[in-house]
Design a protein around this ligand. Structure first.
Ligand code: SF4
Ligand code: SF4
Length: 162
């Protein structure tokens, strides 16, 4: 699935459960993801160390799909990683392209700013229709930032202990 990120301008979105996003993407796991999913599954069945990222990511099966896929659906929908919940949206602290006139900022609950994008390669995104922004989106982005920061901090202090 080739990524086609465009500025978010209210595109309507409804997941078709095609499962395309669950192939080939590298999905970093937060410490909280690992603990939540690992409470019912063996971490070796779904997590792997990514050398160049220096972090734990979702493992991939032989055909490139996430090992947690059941057919084309997520096998752990209610407990899936926070990054998976964000797709097909993406958030950046700055516009991805300075000449990108459509990108504009959104305010997170903690007062920080983000620029939102949407991956139009996802068949659930409709470029020809507009809908209110999902209410959960900005809270989720803030949660991801916090969980990622805590995870980085955890890796830093545990690696300096070795
Ligand atoms: S690619 Fe889009 S429509 Fe398909 S499962 Fe992922 S989010 Fe849903
Ligand atoms: S955890 Fe679920 S949503 Fe995330 S990539 Fe795997 S199957 Fe897809």
């Amino acid at each position: 699935m080739k990524e086609i990120l465009v500025p978010y301008t209210g595109q309507a979105y409804e997941c078709t459960m095609c499962g395309a996003c669950c192939h080939h993407h590298i999905v970093p796991l937060t410490k909280t993801d690992l603990e939540r999913i690992g409470s019912t599954l063996d971490p070796e069945s779904f997590a792997a160390y990514h050398e160049s990222l220096g972090s734990i990511v979702l493992a991939r099966g032989d055909e490139g799909g996430c090992t947690l896929l059941t057919g084309s659906r997520c096998g752990i929908h209610d407990t899936k990683p926070v990054i998976c919940r964000l797709f097909p949206f993406a958030a950046y602290p700055e516009p991805r392209d300075a000449s990108d006139g459509l990108a504009h900022e959104y305010l997170l609950p903690d007062g920080s700013l983000v620029y939102l994008y949407v991956n139009t390669a996802c068949p659930g995104v409709r470029e020809d229709a507009r809908a209110p922004m999902p209410r959960w989106l900005l809270s989720l982005i803030q949660r991801i930032r916090i969980e990622m920061a805590l995870t980085r901090f955890y890796y830093e202090i545990t690696s300096s202990d070795r």
